[in-house]
Write a protein that binds this ligand. Structure first.
Ligand code: SF4
Length: 461
């Protein structure tokens, strides 16, 4: 059967031919399905330079990702309330998705628009013209998308966390508000370690926070929950929230199983690029909960099939690299694999959107714990501790800290991670900077990654 041919990473051209064969063999697709190359006509020209997994499950993943803007416009047309949640990456969206007839998304996701469109959408140029130049992180693309109105619909309500937030996001969101997009701010305290004897509460992912901080965040989430429900003319009951958490945990459990299987199996059964995109579905379900769950389940089924058959997309024994921070240019995920590496663990700044939300405590407190588990609201050394634990668990042989140009949060964490991993594990760690389009620096990036792959191999020998 064409749908079950050998796993491989293929180009867009190859997908065009494969798609025709799959359709001839009776492939059935959801409403947003279709050939991948149509997204190039919509402006996503970077697809021409990527390699994709060749499974129907990956096809469905990419189609879900690349049709989100249309889905948001459909939600607006059918009268749903659209909430733009910003910065906290996961928790505020869970609150919003628990309210009937609300669709929530992170406008921050527009940071990939310059990559996918190879700058043709001009969102960065618009941000530049508004004073948000290259000294800010690429999340400034979001402002360009609000201004040109060519991407997502303008949300009915915008909420954004403040407090333990990087300087870039604060400045970008404040500029957005000054441009006439009112924002409801909610306070996220910087997570600190509990003092000796101070009441402490466990967080998803293994950390702790002072009980007082959990109470503060719980009150803030309740407040924004009420504001969201009012905006939708609906009510948000505890029963709604419990159900929202249960649904979130289904997605998260499926994703954790997928990551474990992919990161531990040899040969690597699913490419890094598809796993990166799958992880991103957890933060707001790509604006469609049911399809996100179905897509992740489809990837899991395909991965299980490959692992059981001993099949992979890469040669066995590829150098095992743990990757920290998402890349602005998706192509870099392909490059790692082209040069003999594979991704065996990740911290894309959204681990708190993948860890299980506690179901044995009251729901508002459960979400407060989840929000406080955000790797970006604590110290760089807390983040490094978690990376170290996960690197051991996934047998990493090297770590890449992928710096985001202009990103204030990147300033200190590379050193913290390098020190901890060198002390505990003695494995090589490098920092690289990945701009939205890497073409001009690709040769240098390849050389540095190649050297890391060789160093990882020497570790193993
Ligand atoms: S600087 Fe880092 S944390 Fe801040 S918006 Fe940019 S990527 Fe996100």
């Amino acid at each position: 059967m064409a749908s079950q041919c050998c796993p491989a990473r293929i180009t867009l051209d190859e997908w065009t031919r494969r798609y025709a064969r799959l359709r001839a063999d009776g492939l059935s697709e959801p409403g947003y399905g279709g050939p991948l190359e149509r997204h190039v006509d919509d402006g996503d020209s970077r697809l021409l330079g990527l390699k994709f997994d060749n499974s129907p499950a990956a096809l469905r993943l990419w189609n879900l990702l690349l049709t989100e803007e249309a889905r948001l416009h459909e939600a607006r047309a059918r009268g749903a309330t659209i909430v733009g949640v910003m910065k906290d990456l996961g928790t505020a969206a869970m609150v919003a998705w628990s309210i009937p007839n609300v669709v929530a998304f992170y406008p921050d996701g527009a940071w990939w628009t310059p990559c996918l469109t190879e700058q043709n959408s001009r969102v960065l140029a618009i941000a530049d013209s508004l004073g948000l130049d290259e000294s800010f992180c690429p999340v400034r693309a979001m402002v360009g998308a609000f201004v040109n109105g060519e991407h997502f619909p303008i949300p009915d309500l915008l909420v954004c966390s403040a407090g333990a937030v990087c300087d870039d996001f604060s400045a970008i969101a404040q500029r957005l508000e000054a441009l006439g997009h009112p924002i409801v701010w909610w306070e996220m305290p910087r997570r600190r370690r509990p003092d000796p004897g101070e009441p402490a509460i466990e967080l998803p992912g293994g950390g702790t926070a002072p009980a007082e901080q959990v109470r503060i965040v719980e009150a803030e989430l309740r407040r924004i929950g009420r504001i969201m429900a009012d905006a939708a003319g609906a009510s948000l009951t505890e029963a709604n929230l419990v159900e929202g958490i249960r649904r979130a945990n289904r997605v998260r459990a499926c994703l954790r199983e997928l990551r474990d299987l992919v990161f531990l199996a040899d040969p690597c059964p699913m490419p890094a690029l598809e796993i990166l995109i799958a992880e991103m579905l957890a933060i707001h379900y790509c604006s469609d909960y049911d399809e996100s769950l179905a897509v992740i389940e489809g990837l899991l089924t395909e991965t299980k099939r490959r692992v059981a058959a001993g099949l992979g997309v890469l040669e066995p024994g590829a150098a095992r690299i743990f990757w920290v921070n998402p890349v602005a240019d998706l192509r870099v995920m392909n490059i790692v694999e082209d040069i003999g590496g594979r991704i065996c663990g990740t911290d894309y700044m959204i681990l708190h959107a993948i860890d299980a939300i506690p179901e044995d405590v009251l729901p508002w407190q459960a979400l407060a714990r989840t929000a406080l588990a955000d790797p970006l609201v604590g110290s760089a050394s807390d983040r490094a501790e978690r990376i170290c634990r996960d690197a051991v668990r996934y047998h990493a042989q090297a770590v890449v800290v992928s710096r985001i140009p202009g990103a204030s949060h990147c300033a200190t964490e590379g050193a913290a991670i390098r020190e901890l991993l060198r002390d505990r594990l003695g494995i090589p760690v490098i920092e690289i900077e990945v701009p939205s389009i890497t073409d001009a620096v690709e040769a240098g990036l390849r050389t540095r990654l190649q050297a890391l792959v060789e160093a990882a191999r020497r570790e193993r020998a």
